[in-house]
Design a binder for this molecule. Structure first.
Ligand SMILES: [Zn+2]
Length: 164
């Protein structure tokens, strides 16, 4: 029997007993870059970044906060560039945990490429009536050269891969 807990706190009194359970996190924000000064979502625009209205100057630009500001000739307050910062976790589409009593398995999936697919990591117990390895746990992971991969993987060293 599993109970659902978030950051250590149980969030429901409902027990998850014999049913297959999937817990899924969706990334609801497709913003990859944000301005640390004005907070605007940013899009890449030729030589730099612009906010959603196409404005390349940042209303919150402060020359004193800009290490690249060139004393007398640099932009005035409110007229310099946005300060772009990557949005944490913007590389992920979704993540899920799926417990399956029927397969005696737990699968964790992380989607970073095509949102219809995901990298899947699964631990399953071999049935007790199997001819070999009965009762043992087996781990399946994505690997370089996998047919129909979610994303291409390149091995850095054993157990560690670069995602294409
Ligand atoms: Zn800005």
């Amino acid at each position: 029997m599993f109970v659902l807990a978030v950051d250590g706190d149980m969030i429901t009194t409902q027990d998850f007993d014999d049913d297959s359970t999937a817990l899924r996190f969706e990334n609801a924000d497709d913003t990859a870059w944000r301005c640390t000064a004005c907070g605007a979502r940013l899009i890449e625009d030729g030589d730099g970044v612009a906010d959603e209205s196409g404005r390349v100057e940042c209303v919150a630009y402060d020359p004193d906060d800009d290490p690249d500001h060139d004393g007398d000739t640099g932009p005035e307050a409110g007229e310099g560039p946005h300060r772009a910062e990557r949005v944490a976790l913007s590389w992920a589409n979704s993540a899920a945990i799926h417990t399956d009593p029927g397969e005696d398995s737990i699968t964790v999936t992380i989607s970073v490429g095509d949102p219809r697919g995901a990298l899947a990591f699964s631990v399953r117990r071999i049935p007790d009536d199997a001819d070999t390895n009965a009762g043992r746990l087996i781990l399946h992971t994505p690997y370089p050269g996998e047919p129909m991969p979610h994303v291409d993987l390149t091995e850095d060293h054993t157990g560690t891969y670069w995602v294409s």
